[in-house]
Design a protein around this ligand. Structure first.
Ligand SMILES: *[C@@H]1O[C@H](CO)[C@@H](O)[C@H](O)[C@H]1NC(C)=O
Ligand SMILES: *[C@@H]1O[C@H](CO)[C@@H](O)[C@H](O)[C@H]1NC(C)=O
Ligand SMILES: *[C@@H]1O[C@H](CO)[C@@H](O)[C@H](O)[C@H]1NC(C)=O
Length: 192
């Protein structure tokens, strides 16, 4: 964990929050809201993840202002869960930037696997828990999650694969940090 702290300082972000010297379990049962951060892209920075019901019990993921806010995501062995659906990657592949949709379903599609890590909030410098993207299950490790402009000024969630450098000039998919924000007045285990 000290490495992370050093990384924060060395990234020149002027951040120096004190990272707890504790492992974070990769299961988080305390309900949370899922925030996206990219301090250089105001249109997505600090927005929250919402759900839009789709066919077959699926839920599609968007950030404000599209969709219904939810404050009860959980994490089970690195997989984001909400009620009986979980975050998976698959479908709506875009040739132009090689991205693939991330959404929630109860079916068996390969999961999006994350690892909770500590980080420093880029605005407040407070300790936060981030969900670092590890892999699309059954695919090469790496890549990241980005949000791409969608309808009604919202943005949808996409997977950007490793060893990719393609960008859609008309519809940039902005790389984001996913952040666990405790629901309501609650807390999430591991946060100071
Ligand atoms: C999440 O919130 C919704 C709506 O308030 C509720 O129906 C659902 O039971 C909650 N799920 C969990 C796992 O708490
Ligand atoms: C971007 O949008 C412009 C204007 O609609 C269009 O002419 C162009 O083909 C688009 N570029 C790509 C790569 O889709
Ligand atoms: C913010 O988004 C841009 C465009 O996707 C990306 O190049 C940059 O790395 C992102 N910043 C962070 C901190 O993810």
């Amino acid at each position: 964990m000290n490495l992370l702290r050093i990384a924060c300082v060395f990234a020149g972000l002027g951040l120096a929050c004190t990272i707890p010297d504790l492992p974070i379990p990769n299961t988080i049962t305390d309900p949370f809201r899922l925030q996206v951060q990219n301090a250089t892209v105001a249109r997505v920075h600090n927005k929250f993840t919402n759900l839009v019901a789709s066919g077959g019990g699926d839920q599609h993921l968007f950030i404000d202002p599209v969709g219904t806010p939810t404050s009860n995501f959980t994490l089970s062995q690195g997989v984001i869960q909400w009620q009986n659906v979980r975050a998976v990657i698959g479908g709506e592949y875009s040739q132009i930037d090689s991205t693939t949709k991330m959404f929630m379903t109860g079916r068996g599609d390969p999961r999006a696997i994350f690892e909770p890590v500590y980080g420093c909030n880029p605005d407040t410098d407070e300790v936060q828990i981030e969900l670092e993207f590890v892999t699309w299950q059954n695919h090469p490790a790496g890549g990241w999650i980005c949000v791409r402009p969608s309808y009604d000024n919202g943005h949808e969630f996409r997977y950007y694969p490793p060893d990719n450098n393609k960008v859609d000039p008309n519809r940039t998919c902005y790389r984001v940090t996913l952040v666990v924000v405790p629901a309501g007045d609650g807390t999430v285990e591991g946060l100071p």
